[in-house]
Design a protein around this ligand. Structure first.
Ligand SMILES: C[S@@+](CC[C@H](N)C(=O)[O-])C[C@H]1O[C@@H](n2cnc3c(N)ncnc32)[C@H](O)[C@@H]1O
Length: 213
């Protein structure tokens, strides 16, 4: 599915998030807090938009994604990034290869999220960090209601401007189906991560989940 939306993915992302994505990416980089030269894996990196702020922070970033289409568009737009095609359920890296690992708006698309969190744990060095940035459950009831309208009405209308409206309907539904902050934190613990906590962004529309290996 991501192969077909790849050329317009970043444009639609910015549009549908009303440019909040810039703020969410900055917060993700701050939470991961990479030092100069640290090895960082950005899983489900898509076209590399989530990787770029980590590069700017001085990290050595590997951008991995399962969709060849997303990776091809990423390589054209950002030739300085190191891209690879691979599956989050079976990462093509040795144990403890990275100082920090992150995944933005990708865990929701994986059939077995706990297995992916375990794979991320395997490839992270002891004491290394994980940050998951993902859509979540708004805390306030009025925002939750407004957000449901956005996903059920506005996104379907906006998807008509895409070449592949079904993809955006799927994305909206996957957000509605995704569990709340507490459940995702429990998954991190189940996968072996310690010091698990989360921070809500934009009232909980997005959550940053953190863990330490
Ligand atoms: C919504 S995009 C997020 C891209 C990027 N991280 C961002 O923040 O813009 C989700 C990405 O997850 C990738 N993906 C889905 N399942 C995957 C898997 N099993 N392994 C690796 N990547 C996967 C898709 O190809 C897609 O590029």
């Amino acid at each position: 599915m991501f192969d077909s939306v790849a050329p317009r993915y970043d444009f639609m992302n910015a549009l549908l998030s009303m440019h909040q994505d810039v703020h969410w990416r900055r917060a993700t980089t701050e939470a991961l807090n990479p030092s100069q030269g640290e090895r960082v894996l950005d899983l489900a990196a898509g076209t590399g938009t989530s990787s770029w702020p980590l590069i700017e922070a001085g990290a050595d970033v590997w951008s991995l994604d399962r969709s060849p289409g997303m990776v091809t568009v990423g390589q054209q737009r950002q030739p300085d990034l190191v891209f690879a095609v691979g599956d989050g359920h079976a990462l093509p890296f040795i144990d403890e290869a990275f100082d920090a690992v992150t995944i933005s708006f990708g865990l929701r698309n994986m059939p077995h999220p706990v297995a992916v969190l375990r794979e991320l744990h395997r490839v992270t060095t002891k004491g290394g960090r994980l940050v998951v940035c993902e859509f979540s459950t708004p805390v306030r009831l009025w925002l939750k209601a407004l957000y449901a309208i956005w996903l059920r009405i506005v996104v379907p209308i906006a998807s008509n401007f895409s070449h592949n409206p079904d993809s955006y309907l799927y994305l909206a539904q996957s957000i509605l189906d995704w569990p709340n902050q507490k459940t995702v934190n429990a998954w991190l613990r189940e996968a072996g991560w310690h010091h698990v906590a989360h921070r809500n962004l934009t009232g909980g529309i997005v959550a940053l989940h953190r863990g330490t290996r």
